[in-house]
Design a binder for this molecule. Structure first.
Ligand code: UDP
Ligand code: MG
Length: 303
C-alpha cells in the first residue's frame, strides 16, 4: 500500500533530477511514509532519461514513464497522475523551484483532513496576466498558486474523470472543489538548465485557459454587435430628425465607407472568436489520447 506518490514532469532536466531525487529522499525519510516517485520524461532531448534510468536502478521507489515525444507540461502531469497509486499524490516541478521540504507541511495539512493542499508563492506580486486569468476562472484560483500541490486520492480520481484535451490543470483542480487549503513558500531560482516554456507556449496556455474556462469572449462578441447596432439606430434616429427639421444632410461616400468597414470589422472579429471555440471543439471531439507512453521503467509489476 503506497501512501504518498510524488509526480514530477521532466523536460530536459538532466542536471536537476539527481539532486531533486536526493532532496526528495531526505524529505521522505523524515516523513516515514511508504512512497513512490513517478518521474515523467516528456520527450527530453538530453540525458534526462538516462539519469532517471539510473535512479530507477538504485531506488525501487522510482518509477519512470517515458513519453513518445514532447507532449507539454500539462500532458506530462496528467500521465503521472494516471500512473500514481498513492493515497495522496504530490505534483511538483523537476527544476527544484519547488522546495521538497514543503511536502512535509502539505502532508501535515492532508492528515488534518484537507483533500487538496496547494502551494502558493509568497512575497511576489503575480504578473498582471496571471491575475486577470485567475480571476476569470470559476471559481477564481488563488493568485500565485503554482503547479505544486498535494491531492488526496479522491481528488485524483475525480480529476481523472475530466476528459478535456486542452488542459489548464490549475483551473481544473480548482473547479473540483473539495476541502482546499494553501501553504506558502518562497520561490527559488532554477537549479540548472533553462525554463522550458517559451513565451509563445505561455501565451497559448493563457489563451487555452481563457477560452476553455469561460465564455466571456463570446459575450464580448455579442456586446460588440449590440454596441454597433445601437450606434446604427442612433444614427438612423439622427437622420430622421434632421430630415424632419430640414437640416442639410451630408451625402458623401466617407460615411458609407466608414459604416462598411466598422461593420465588416465587427463581424470578422466575432467570427474569429467563434472560430477559436470551434477549433477547440474539434480538438475535443477528435478524442486522441493526451500522451503516448513509450517505455515504463520500474514501478508495480515491473522489474
Ligand atoms: N516541463 C515538461 N514538459 C514541457 C515543459 C516543461 O514536462 O514541455 C516540465 C519541466 O521539466 C519542469 C516543469 O514542467 O519540471 C515546469 O517547467 P519550467 O520550469 O520550464 O516552467 P516555469 O517553472 O518557468 O513555469
Ligand atoms: Mg521552473
Amino acid at each position: 500500500m503506497i501512501r504518498l506518490s510524488v509526480v514530477i514532469p521532466c523536460y530536459n532536466e538532466a542536471e536537476n533530477v539527481t539532486e531533486l531525487h536526493r532532496q526528495l529522499s531526505e524529505t521522505l525519510e523524515d516523513l516515514k511514509l511508504t512512497a513512490e516517485l513517478v518521474f515523467v520524461d516528456d520527450g527530453s532531448g538530453d540525458a534526462t532519461l538516462d539519469r532517471l534510468r539510473a535512479l530507477a536502478g538504485e531506488d525501487k521507489r522510482v518509477q519512470v514513464l517515458s513519453l513518445s515525444r514532447n507532449f507539454g507540461h500539462q500532458a506530462a502531469l496528467s500521465a503521472g497522475l494516471d500512473h500514481a497509486c498513492g493515497q495522496a499524490v504530490v505534483v511538483m516541478d523537476a527544476d527544484l523551484q519547488h522546495p521538497p521540504e514543503l511536502i512535509k507541511t502539505m502532508v501535515e495539512q492532508w492528515e488534518r483532513g484537507f483533500d487538496l493542499v496547494y502551494a502558493y508563492r509568497e512575497g511576489v506580486r503575480p504578473r498582471l496576466g496571471y491575475r486577470v486569468l485567475n480571476r476569470l476562472m470559476r471559481p477564481p484560483i488563488p493568485a500565485e498558486s503554482a503547479d505544486f500541490r498535494l491531492m488526496d486520492r479522491k481528488v485524483v480520481d475525480a480529476f481523472r474523470q475530466m476528459p478535456e484535451r486542452t488542459r489548464f490543470i490549475r483551473g481544473m483542480v480548482s473547479w473540483l472543489g473539495f476541502r482546499q487549503t494553501g501553504v506558502g513558500y518562497h520561490d527559488r531560482a532554477r537549479h540548472a538548465g533553462q525554463r522550458a516554456y517559451t513565451v509563445r507556449q505561455t501565451a497559448r496556455m493563457a489563451l487555452h485557459a481563457l477560452l476553455s474556462f469561460s465564455v466571456i469572449p463570446l459575450r464580448l462578441a455579442s456586446l460588440l454587435g449590440l454596441v454597433t447596432l445601437l450606434a446604427g439606430l442612433f444614427y438612423a434616429g439622427y437622420i430622421l430628425y434632421a430630415r424632419l427639421a430640414g437640416w442639410p444632410i451630408e451625402r458623401g461616400w466617407t460615411g458609407l465607407m466608414l459604416t462598411v468597414l466598422i461593420l465588416g470589422g465587427v463581424q470578422l472579429v466575432s467570427l474569429g472568436i467563434i472560430a477559436e471555440y470551434i477549433g477547440r471543439i474539434l480538438e475535443e471531439v477528435k478524442h486522441r489520447p493526451l500522451y503516448v507512453v513509450r517505455e515504463r521503467i520500474g514501478g508495480p509489476g515491473q522489474s
